[in-house]
Design a protein around this ligand. Structure first.
Ligand code: FAD
Ligand code: SF4
Length: 454
């Protein structure tokens, strides 16, 4: 892309500023933190964890210096415990529910989980050491479409049950958004890669660079496998915004920008000096943080509603403010302005007023005639992924709006085809830990189906 820059800051500094944000606990720190836990009976933190990890149990094991036992306790419920320790919105999940939260502050569950799972992380036999091994062969086979958190969790559970599993993913590597979407400040890509390698070590087969519906058809999968699990995520990284001139040089999808950071050395990723991000969700905040740390002079998030309606987490918003990111509320971009070379030079926006609540309860934005022009040389669109109902049609499934019509938990209109993860979730449940819970529980539903249809 022309007219964008690398080298706005020293490479070593960029790489350091985009490395994992929180340091690992030392043994001493972990044991001291674990000692503060009250080990509640009916612990509310466990209820708040979508994968129902035995949190008091694993913390107790840390306190008694049994780090491997603690890792086992976590991984038996959540095979992506290493990722979740880093990426879970703990302030809205387990830590928010901790009885100590309103007093001296919650037990640092996420950081303790990382301490425990780091015991097996990077070990090529890590899952096996934690007691996760494949079951006796059943002779039944399952195709998993999508190798993100939901697909990997289902594949692991199905292998433990003894079924043959083949994971199909159109990306060159497994991991889904945990590999290609989550910023390295939160989770280095090596963590997602190691977790995927452990699912393969359990005996799952991976067909990467293989798009179901293009390289292999739905019918072929239904012929070759006893069941299919659709864990294909929330769609392609194509933003659903009608912005005139969005094809201009210097305008790109925010997820594409984040993916560049994941697959290249961060300091090699080009950025503008004056970057505008359209949106105020978590993808927008992640892209803004990266742009600021790559060295952009000005980074502005433009959002058509206000801070009160933004979907980004408050913590991420605070991080953005610390990185100098500006927020421009009640502003709707309508047109990309370009210079003589066709490169973006500004965004024409309209001022918005908020009206009555719309279908999701948020005030409806109404665009006025008041025009604002924001100068910029790089626009990142963070306005959501585009779901792909065509895939479900290729399996002959009933589709409801843009998702498979569900006839029961994980069951689609075809009894052989199951679905879960981002493919069926929405809102705050679009998260790694919810996808893991869905993948694991869908695998149990598939196992029950295979047993009933022997
Ligand atoms: C920028 C960004 C930041 C995020 N940050 C966080 C965070 O900090 N914490 C958190 O908990 N969650 C975060 N999330 C959300 C989280 O990453 C997702 O909710 C989670 O990855 C969903 O898992 P999944 O397996 O359902 O889908 P995905 O991770 O999307 O995986 C789906 C997989 O299916 C593949 N696929 C799709 N269609 C086909 C096909 N036809 N054939 C073959 N393969 C196919 C895709 O290539 C992909 O690998 C973030 C999301 C984004 C976009
Ligand atoms: S998986 Fe996530 S929500 Fe569950 S205990 Fe671990 S950090 Fe908390």
């Amino acid at each position: 892309m022309g007219d964008l820059f690398t080298g706005l800051r020293p490479a070593a500094q960029i790489d350091a500023d985009l490395a994992e944000r929180l340091p690992a606990y030392t043994r001493n720190e972990a044991i001291v933190e674990a000692s503060n836990c009250l080990y509640c009976f009916d612990a509310p933190c466990m209820v708040a964890c979508p994968t129902s990890i035995d949190i008091p149990g694993f913390i107790k094991l840390i306190q008694t210096d049994d780090r491997l036992g603690s890792a086992q306790r976590i991984l038996e419920q959540n095979i992506l415990g290493s990722s979740c320790a880093r990426v879970c919105a703990v302030e809205e999940l387990c830590e928010q529910a901790c009885v100590l939260a309103p007093h001296e502050g919650p037990i640092k569950i996420g950081r303790l989980q990382r301490y425990a799972t780091d015991e097996v992380y990077r070990d090529p036999n890590g899952f096996a050491r934690a007691g996760l091994v494949s079951g006796a062969p059943t002779g039944r086979s399952v195709a998993v479409v999508g190798g993100g958190p939901a697909g990997l969790a289902s594949a692991a559970e199905l292998r433990i049950a003894g079924h043959d599993v083949t994971i199909f993913d159109r990306q060159p590597e497994l991991g889904g958004l945990a590999m290609y979407g989550i910023i390295p400040l939160r989770e280095p890509s090596e963590v997602a890669q190691w977790e995927a390698s452990q699912v393969i070590a359990l005996g799952a087969t991976a067909k990467v660079g293989c798009e179901v519906g293009v390289d292999v058809s739905g019918e072929e999968l239904l012929e070759q496998f006893d069941a299919v699990f659709l864990a294909n995520g929330a769609g392609r990284r194509v933003s659903s915004i009608s912005l005139v001139g969005a094809e201009a040089d210097g305008v790109e999808d925010a997820l594409e920008f984040i993916e560049e950071i994941r697959v290249q050395r961060p300091s090699d990723v080009p950025v503008g000096r004056n970057v505008v991000i359209v949106g105020a969700g978590n993808t927008a905040m992640d892209a803004a943080t990266i742009a600021a740390r790559l060295g952009a002079d000005v980074v502005t998030c433009v959002y058509r509603r206000t801070q009160g309606e933004m979907t980004g987490y408050p913590d991420e918003y605070e991080h953005c403010l610390k990185d100098g990111v500006r927020f421009r509320w009640l502003t709707q971009p309508v047109r990309v302005l370009t210079d003589d070379t066709g490169h973006v030079s500004g965004l024409e926006c309209r001022v918005v007023v908020l009206g009555e609540p719309d279908i999701d309860g948020r005030p409806r934005p109404t665009v006025t005639d008041d025009v604002v022009v924001i100068d910029c040389d790089h626009v990142l669109l963070a306005t959501g992924q585009l779901r792909e109902p065509g895939l479900y049609e290729r399996f002959g499934l009933d589709v409801e709006w843009d998702r498979p019509k569900m006839t029961g938990p994980f069951h689609t209109s075809d009894p052989r085809v199951f679905a879960g993860g981002d493919a069926v979730l929405s809102g705050k449940e679009l998260s790694v830990v919810d996808a893991v819970a869905q993948g694991r529980d869908a695998a149990r539903a598939i196992d029950a189906y295979l047993e009933d249809h022997a």
